[in-house]
Design a binder for this molecule. Structure first.
Ligand SMILES: Nc1nc2c(ncn2[C@@H]2O[C@H](COP(=O)(O)OP(=O)(O)OP(=O)(O)O)[C@@H](O)[C@H]2O)c(=O)[nH]1
Ligand SMILES: [Mg+2]
Ligand SMILES: [Zn+2]
Length: 328
């Protein structure tokens, strides 16, 4: 994850990019590429021929490493310097509007690249299950063309209330899995789904991403931590995204938990297409451009389906996203 701690630094990087007019060139796939595991300000850890190397970035790139190269990237090395980047299959990034640090400039933060499967990890409890967060991740991942599954972890803590939520997502047709690192439920199935792929765990803090990573690694390599007693939130134990190879062909990227997911850069009119159960009704409203938002109910086919084929919760989730985009 990019850490931009200084407003000035960000401004300088932007200026530099502009002045030097650097257009990144990506090269086609090559057999001798190295895999990027983790990046920081000054160096990157890469994996090649079964060894891990600490490398720097060639001077031809006027950047700091973690603003150019990400876990999952494939790069070409020359004398311990990264000289080329292989064209990316996809990029997982999110927009973050950070009023204090970035002067209200929306900034796009890249988490990782070249992902075959993302796992949206939520805890059924501790921290409490927030389905709206799942909905947002679905939008982001579908928009990035990254296949995903939803992992309901801490299933040992499930109650009827959460069962209902899980059933909803299952009924909508999403690929879901119920796991517990305490009882081992679902973990063999999880392993099967992740085998021979580059996968990434994403979600809030404290939901068990690193615990699941440790399970795959059959080791307690990754630090995990209890969630705060008072806040009922995770304590952001993982601070940077990191790639782990848990079998010859199987990689997992563990990421830091995030608080919320901003979709303000999306277009209001596209959001309705990401709510699967809206699709049969999206074009049945009286007005072609109906947003299913402040239009009267008697003109809106989607609103008429609330508590029938569309749940109140999913509609509210949609409504909240539209409100946020409109307020931008
Ligand atoms: N009851 C229960 N607790 C779990 C389970 N999985 C993880 N935990 C606990 O949840 C806490 C948080 O787990 P982590 O793996 O650190 O969570 P994380 O998602 O990596 O959190 P960040 O790194 O902060 O984003 C730890 O105390 C784990 O022991 C589970 O299946 N059931
Ligand atoms: Mg973690
Ligand atoms: Zn409508």
């Amino acid at each position: 994850m990019i850490k931009i701690t200084h407003h000035k630094r960000y401004e300088n990087i932007k200026k530099e990019r502009k002045e030097k007019n650097i257009n990144l060139e990506f090269i086609p796939e090559r057999k001798d590429s190295a895999l990027v595991i983790e990046t920081s300000y000054h160096n990157a850890y890469v994996f090649k021929d079964n060894k891990i190397y600490e490398v720097t970035l060639s001077k031809k790139y006027p950047y700091v490493i973690n603003q150019l190269i990400y876990p999952g990237d494939k790069v070409i090395l020359n004398n311990n310097e990264i000289t080329d980047i292989i064209v990316r299959k996809n990029i997982l990034s999110r927009d973050k509007f950070d009023g204090t640090k970035l002067n209200s400039l929306g900034t796009n933060k890249i988490t990782a690249t070249n992902i075959d499967l993302a796992i949206i990890v939520v805890a059924v409890n501790d921290p409490p299950l927030h389905p709206k967060f799942i909905d947002r991740y679905i939008i982001l991942l579908e928009n990035s063309h990254i296949p995903f599954i939803i992992c309901f972890n801490k299933y040992d803590l499930v109650t009827k209330k959460e069962e209902k939520i899980i059933n909803l997502y299952e009924k909508l047709g999403y690929d879901i899995i119920k796991t517990s690192t305490k009882t081992n439920e679902g973990l063999t199935t999880l392993k099967e789904k992740l085998l021979n792929k580059t996968c990434i765990f994403v979600g809030n803090s404290g939901v068990g991403k690193s615990s699941l990573t440790n399970y795959l690694l059959e080791d307690n390599l990754v630090k995990t931590n209890n969630i705060g007693h008072k806040t009922k939130r995770g304590c952001h134990t993982t601070t940077s995204s990191k790639y782990y190879l848990w079998q010859d062909n199987s990689g997992i990227i563990d990421t830091p938990g995030i608080r919320s997911l901003d979709l303000k850069n999306f277009n209001v009119s596209e959001i309705k297409n990401y709510f699967k159960e809206f699709i049969p009704y999206n074009n049945l409203c009286k007005y072609d451009n109906c947003l299913h938002y402040d239009e009267p109910e008697n003109t809106c086919a989607v609103k008429q389906e609330i508590n029938k084929n569309i749940t109140q919760e999913r509609y509210e989730s949609y409504y909240k996203i539209i409100s946020e985009i409109k307020r931008k």
